[in-house]
Design a protein around this ligand. Sequence first.
Ligand code: VG1
Ligand code: CO
Length: 540
Amino acid sequence: MTDVQTTRYDDQKPGTSGLRKTVSVFKQPHYLENFVQAIFDCVPELKGGLLILGGDGRYHNDVAIQTILRIAAANGVAKVMVGKDGILSTPAVSNMIRQYGANGGFVLSASHNPGGPDGDFGIKYNVSNGGPAATSLTDAVFERTKVMEHYQIADGHVDLSTLGHSNLGAMAVSVFDPVTDYADLMETLFDFETIRRFLTSDLSLIFDAMHAVTGPYAQEIFVRRLGVNSDALMNATPLPDFGGGHPDPNPVYAKALFDRMFGDDAPDFGAASDGDGDRNIVLGRGVYVSPSDSLAVITANAHLAPAYRDGIKGVARSMPTSRASDVVAAAMGIESFETPTGWKYFGNLLDAGRITVCGEESAGTSSDHVREKDGLWAILMWLNILAVRRLSVQDILTDHWATYGRHYYSRHDYESVAADKAEDVMARLQGQLTTLPGTTLRKETISAADSFTYHDPIDGSVTENQGLRVMFESGSRFVMRLSGTGTAGATLRLYLEAYEPKDGDHHADLSKRLEPIAAIAEDLTNLRQTVGRDGPSVVS
Ligand code: VG1
Ligand code: CO
């Protein structure tokens, strides 16, 4: 074991989901080591404990895993369980931590950000409930990274290509199959027999793994266990650079899938997940399910899947997610919660048993089976619902809107804009918040406007400045916030929402329906001119 003098960095503050930087930043001397040692310093129970380790297979995963193993050994970790070839999806890590009673786990991923030598890398630390570290811990880690002087590292190397047990110094290392436990968990939650019959006789499916981590999981679950033909899987081999793609399942980056689903001879059901397997999108033939609607549909129908047969306790959504799930919760007489963006805010509610399902507009949905969002879980939930109800995706949505009303919804991302300009846009809107209520613009009267603050009902913690909200008397809303996952400049997100009650028109053109709210947002912020763009980089 060697005690090495570290290089301190002042930029190791984790964002919405872990520490995410370009590969070139992570390759700086002692950069990863400094961050990882800070975690060991802040989580003393890792000494003598069990750690789960894996990532989404992106470039630099292999190097980082060996470094973490050596630091873990030097810091007295008793045992590390690492996925074969360093592969583990984010939900699989969460499951492994819970199933094996681990003290924590690392996920090496920058999720939906592109990979490769010129792409991004990231590291997330999850705690013993299987969920992302709370802000109190990530803040402590950040403070530590700025003042620590040394890190400890052992010598050695672990062969990750073969299943089995070995040692690194005194630390036991187990290289395990990353897929089996996760696939087994899914079989306990859903009715695989009914889904298999449906998939092999009635419903055609395609799944796009985007050359990211879910390829092997999809092989095992869809092909081996559910009998789907392997040519239904697109891009199912994980590649270090995701084949040059951007593993974010939205209409821009998953264009090939969208083209198939909106083209002639589209299959009945299409789905995709992101770099680390925690996001999902669901499409029907010629229809895209807005993730906010997906959460609402799952809330209303989860009881059709075996594990949720007795009903769900409550539902939570991140603040920018549309209020569609609130309406379902109210009708069902269950609690609903509004949390800041990022999965870490759901953990307390899940641990306390206040909610069973939760989700985000950014294509994340999950339940209390793990403490992360879970892409394949959501896709299997949809398949289970479809197999029981025997309706098309479009029919499920049409029926849902007729029951609860429709929340037309769209997110406009302005990616990699100048950080100071993005700040200007936010400041401009922030400055008007107090005077906006009561104002009528383009025939829409503003009922409330604020900067979102979250009061955690379980531990009482308060999280401020989580995005600016402008609400209208019509039930429409827009939200604006800065992304916490980007690595270049700033990304501004504008979330647009318009409500149409259950007896209204649910089949209007989405962008036309949202146009007045988009125009008001532009009037109030001067967004496009300020950041120098004609329009958003991505609309999802
Ligand atoms: C984005 C999404 C957010 C999600 C986060 C991590 O964050 O908007 O909903 O939880 O990514 O997802 P931001 O701060 O860029 O808006 V993932 O799939 O990177 O783990
Ligand atoms: Co992700």
